[in-house]
Write a protein that binds this ligand. Sequence first.
Ligand code: THU
Length: 130
Amino acid sequence: MNLRDRAEQVSRNAYAPYSKFHVGAALKTPDGTVFTGCNVENVAYPEGTCAEAGAIAAMCAAGQREIVEMAVIADSPDPVPPCGGCRQKIAEFAAPDMRVTLYNLQGDAVSMTVAELLPGAFSQDHMDGA
Ligand code: THU
């Protein structure tokens, strides 16, 4: 199953009783392993987590640290864009030219690099001299 389909599959497990917005994310690591995540909301709204964060946490828990390809999907009018926080989380584990493909369920897709998603990203370099 391709990354898009893995993302759609896991989106069905989203726990989103408040927004009703089900998001799925699937990422691939250099050895070809795929990790997936869905959004998990909470009645204390800020405690909810995004699909991308779930997939990244699963990758780290398995001892892996690099994303080479990623897909995100939701039932939105346009391909779903990762939130600002998730852009920073993705940038932590991916090269600037790594591609994230955004999807909706109607078949629209947009491919963006990490650098396009997060121009001017804060990085370790900015702490030089600290
Ligand atoms: N959401 C994600 O899971 N990923 C994104 O990049 C955008 C937003 C979730 C968070 C929340 O559960 C719901 O979508 C509505 O914001």
